[in-house]
Design a protein around this ligand. Structure first.
Ligand code: PEP
Ligand code: MN
Length: 337
């Protein structure tokens, strides 16, 4: 439930409600809008039964959150969230680009990529250390060594590091080396992993499940937020449909849908979304046109030699062209690059 305050409500009115909620063992999430303040009530709303909240000074009305997810909904927080990561952020005016190889393959590869990305003005590097591969015979990642190489890349360039964690047992290790924890599509409904990531206060990129509805995806975000971690960036990465030409069907309509339903930022991964490098630039342009807050792009110095996902990886030249495209489009959609 949210408490919508009158535009004439005073700071003291708001404080009084916060104090009342605290006495009832409930949390208050204050959203200060241009016009009015909205107070999201956190916790079991049955504790409010019989409490005449609507009669309190400054209160306009009480609005129930009808969606099954609460903290993630736009009713709970009308203004869009900006997720701060180091000196950077995702969800504000500035578009975020997270780029790098599917998998960290070795020192030379990741440092070369990191230096290139830095020279292009990119702020985030991605790279898998633990890879959730469909076949157990495919390259599974360098594991902790991969995290260490990513941390080295950050030290040498200042880039922020995004990498996937596939199991709760690797969370402490990940927290030592990386800046943003990625929850992959295959783990979007690994509820224990979601809960434990919620207890770590690190920012999270939460990818949409291979066959998940938008509602299931927002409920997955809710699992993390319920534990107190509100630093979530949603990532659309395509869903399974009957189409086989592309690896997945990149559901770009989820971008404006998520913007309507939630205050969380959303980025798009056209690499896994299409599985084909030739489609990454056009779908990136479309994603930014649709209102995405950024992109996650797989790239490699030599995609033909990549140990995983070469066919969808851009080489440096193609990545440079993509960055030019996005810079131009950012001006049209009123975003910065
Ligand atoms: C990835 O980003 O490396 C990845 C495995 O993506 P997804 O979980 O979307 O398949
Ligand atoms: Mn990949």
């Amino acid at each position: 439930m949210v408490i919508v305050m009158k535009s004439t409500a005073t700071k003291e009115d708001i404080k009084q409600i916060e104090r009342l909620l605290e006495r009832l063992d409930l949390g208050a999430h204050i959203s200060t809008g241009m016009e009015r303040t909205i107070i999201g009530v956190i916790g079991d709303k049955r504790l409010l039964e019989g409490v005449p909240l609507e009669l309190m000074s400054g209160v306009d009305k009480l609005v129930p959150i009808v969606e099954p997810y609460k903290l993630a909904s736009r009713t709970f927080q009308p203004e869009s969230s900006i997720i701060r990561i180091g000196n950077s952020s995702i969800g504000g005016e500035k578009l975020a680009v997270i780029a790098g190889p599917c998998a960290v393959e070795g020192e030379e590869q990741i440092i070369e990529i990191a230096k290139y990305l830095k020279s292009m003005g990119v702020e985030f590097i991605r790279g898998g250390a633990y890879k959730p591969r469909t076949s157990p015979y495919s390259f599974q990642g360098l594991e902790e060594e991969g995290f260490k190489l990513l941390a080295q890349a950050r030290e040498e360039t200042g880039l922020l590091v995004v990498s996937e964690v596939i199991s709760t047992e690797f969370l402490d290790q990940a927290a030592k080396y990386i800046d943003v924890i990625q929850i992959g599509a295959r783990n979007m409904q690994n509820f224990q992993l979601l809960r434990e990531v919620g207890r770590l206060k690190k920012p999270v990129v939460l990818k949409r499940g291979l066959a998940s509805t938008i509602e299931e995806w927002l409920n997955a975000a809710e699992y993390i937020m319920k534990e107190g971690n509100y630093n979530i960036i949603l990532c659309e990465r395509g869903i399974r449909t009957f189409e086989t030409y592309t690896r997945n069907t990149l559901d770009l309509s989820s971008v404006p849908v998520v913007k309507e339903l939630s205050h969380l930022p959303i980025i798009v991964d056209p690499s896994h979304g299409t599985g084909r490098s030739s489609l990454v630039r056009p779908m990136s342009r479309a994603a930014i046109g649709a209102g995405a807050d950024g992109l996650m792009i797989e790239m490699h110095p030599n995609p033909k030699l990549a140990l995983s996902d070469g066919p969808q990886s851009l080489d440096f030249k193609e990545f440079g062209l993509l960055m030019e495209d996005i810079k131009r489009i950012s001006q049209v959609v009123g975003r910065e690059m």
